[in-house]
Design a protein around this ligand. Structure first.
Ligand code: NAP
Ligand code: ZN
Length: 355
């Protein structure tokens, strides 16, 4: 038995996304079925829809910043019941037994299942994501969503929120630290809010001078225009930690030089093509570190959602009907997002006029 589902899919790397009907599994004993209310639009959706990472299987239904209402649960599900709010992020399953899973770091499980464009052990096909009206997910990968926050603005926390929260926690960013955030997009604006909430001195690096005022409103103490060489030079040897969210290849030396001795530049942006080669002496001479980080585990994602509820932190969003998704992608490529598009899933099935 399967459930009819409506979504938006890309059928090829160059085709605009359009309506796509498919089927979801009926909830099994440990599954939660969710009616999707909102889904954030991550740059990873665009990379995947356009096959920029060269691993897309079509049709692809993107979307991994999902907030909705539980409609049904399987017989063994205890943590959720029909009517509850629920969130789903970038993962829908993992092996549960490897060292990474046992540490609650499911995002590093070698055989995890991503929310879309990932082999689906249940169907033998690929997983389909949140640009759709419903989803069925193993209860271990369903998050509790605080009732008190604006639900549309919570959706981006499920990827942009946890992807920035996790490295800021891993490197123990807090009071007394000077932290750089590179790029003020979906991830970057959450990094600014979270690093500020953790008590750090936050400096935003942007290529868009027009975003400076917003950056300060969001929690940045200072803004540096990264295309200005003198402004960049003035920041040398200053930072404990820099989180780089840029979605395009660029010169990493410009940021390595800004780290103190033992400082870390952590990359979360995942461009289509490699960055230009870096100058090894920028690492050697001050024992600096270059690192990466992938989303966050389920336990930490719940911790992040609870932290955001406690501190009234959500994403700054522009709510769009799903029919505007292709336009939203073009704007994202122009860095014209303030600061996350979120799809109102009610637009997928316009209500029939009551005559
Ligand atoms: P986004 O909203 O498009 O933001 C990216 C920002 O980077 C832009 O707003 C822009 O900020 C800056 N930028 C873009 N092109 C640039 C260029 N050529 N040079 C310098 N700066 C540029 O994207 P996002 O959704 O935040 O995602 C960012 C990246 O993270 C993507 O590659 C995505 O796939 C990746 N990602 C990784 C993970 C992970 O787990 N590691 C999770 C989610 C997403 P300014 O206008 O301020 O310069
Ligand atoms: Zn994402």
């Amino acid at each position: 038995m399967m459930t009819k589902t409506l979504g938006y899919a890309a059928q090829s790397a160059i085709a605009p996304l359009d309506t796509f009907a498919f089927e979801r599994r009926e909830p099994g004993p440990r599954d939660v079925q969710i009616e999707i209310l909102y889904c954030g639009v991550c740059h990873s959706d665009l990379h995947t829809a356009r096959n920029e990472w060269k691993n897309t299987v079509y049709p692809v239904v993107p979307g991994h910043e999902i907030v909705g209402r539980v409609t049904r649960v399987g017989g063994e599900v205890t943590a959720f019941k029909a009517g509850d709010l629920a969130g789903v992020g970038c993962m829908v399953d993992s092996c549960g037994t490897c060292p990474d899973c046992r540490e609650g770091l499911e995002q590093y499980c070698p055989t995890f299942t991503l929310t879309y464009n990932s082999p689906d052990p249940h169907t033998g096909q690929m997983t389909y994501g949140g640009y759709s009206n419903r989803i069925v997910v193993d209860q271990r990968f369903v998050l509790r969503v605080p009732e008190k926050l604006d639900l549309a603005a919570v959706a981006p926390l499920l990827c942009a929120g946890i992807t920035t929260y996790s490295p800021l926690r891993q490197w123990q960013v807090g009071r007394g630290d000077t932290v750089g955030v590179v790029g003020l997009g979906g991830l970057g604006h959450m990094a600014v809010k979270l690093a500020h909430a953790f008590g750090a001195q936050v400096v935003l690096f942007t290529t868009s001078p027009g975003k400076a005022a917003d950056a300060k409103r969001l929690g940045a103490d200072e803004v540096v225009i990264s295309t200005d060489p003198d402004a960049m030079q003035s920041q040398a040897n200053r930072f404990d930690f820099i989180l780089n969210t840029v979605a395009a290849p660029h010169n990493l030396d410009a940021y390595l030089q800004l780290l103190k001795r033992d400082g870390t530049l952590c990359l979360v942006g995942a461009p289509q093509d490699p960055h230009p080669p870096l100058e090894v002496f920028n690492l050697i001479f001050r024992r600096r570190r270059l690192a990466g980080s992938l989303i966050g585990g389920i336990r930490e994602t719940q911790e992040m959602l609870d932290f955001c509820a406690e501190h009234d932190i959500v994403s700054d969003i522009e709510l769009i009907p799903i029919q505007k998704i292709n336009e939203a992608y073009e704007r994202m490529l122009r860095s014209d997002v303030k600061y996350r598009f979120v799809i109102d899933m009610a637009s997928l099935e316009p209500k029939a006029e009551t005559a």
